[in-house]
Design a protein around this ligand. Sequence first.
Ligand SMILES: *Cc1c(COP(=O)(O)O)cnc(C)c1O
Length: 368
Amino acid sequence: MTDFLALAQPGVQQLSPYVPGKPVDELARELDLDPASIVKLASNENPLGPSPKALEAIRAELAELTRYPDGNGFELKSRLAACCAVQVNQVTLGNGSNDILDLVARAYLAPGLNAVFSQYAFAVYPIATQAVGAQGKVVPAQDYGHDLEAMLVAIDENTRVVFIANPNNPTGTWFGPEALERFLSQVPSNVLVVLDEAYIEYAEGDELPDGLKYLARYDNLLVSRTFSKAYGLAALRVGYALSSAQIADVLNRVRQPFNVNSLALAAAYATLDDGDYLTQSRQLNDAGMAQLEVGLSALGLSWVPSKGNFIAVDFARDTAAINQALLRAGVIVRPVAGYGMPNFLRVSIGLPAENARFLEALAEVLRT
Ligand SMILES: *Cc1c(COP(=O)(O)O)cnc(C)c1O
């Protein structure tokens, strides 16, 4: 029989598939639990549920499902351009911001070229990079966060892209405006900096720079954002990039013609119109983070300080058994051994009752 793994391009052979948070229904099936009794704090989803305005917009769109969506996403792009104070031709829409990362890799990376990213950085960077036969250059982290100075040193003549996440997932670590400025001012102008701001709405005005402020000065900067996290639309898959018009034009050449579906376009637009939604998401997250920090300290645990909607908890020992015990208690969190952090579990911030349920289950697991 032909070995089709051996025929895959070498970068793909070396990849492991992305491991998502365990779905509620899967755990319910495995342990014969009532899905309603399960708490999932594993995928950094918004626990609020979608904006009512998004649901209304989706219902209005349903009758049009036989039609292709607007392949140019005109209305959403115009709306984003206005919000972000850029031109419409600087906006690229993606099937989730994951799609944006892939578009960048397909347009700018190839065998013989490399992308620089940090140890413990988001798992999609190596996947996007190796999928196109390019090499990932992993730079050791500093206190679990990006070491931007070391990343600068790692850039060589074959580097075309640097991926940086602020805040980063799964660590929640962040860097401030001075560090970003120092970094951008030293990256060679022919290297594209992808600043992944998937969680920025949770952290805005809070020691973190707003990547958009740097677009005018650095035409090698691309800022990627998503509707999956604070905007609560993870299932619909919609994200966007802001960059120079030229980079947006290049990404548009490799984009699938209808990469964002019509329900996602309508829901994203409507959520931007719901000013209260983002404020509520942010408040809920701040309160939940405080709740988890109090509960974790009471259990004598430490964690990596986080500006996201999740927290990486340090158990100072392998967490596989703790994770299994939490699953048996109907609580799904995220093991991060695949990220090289076997002693940690990443916990997403949930509703107050969900956070409490996690803390109670964890206390019980650690007692036994
Ligand atoms: C969740 C996440 C994304 C992308 O999510 P999409 O649902 O594809 O928009 C991108 N970057 C980071 C760091 C993330 O955690």
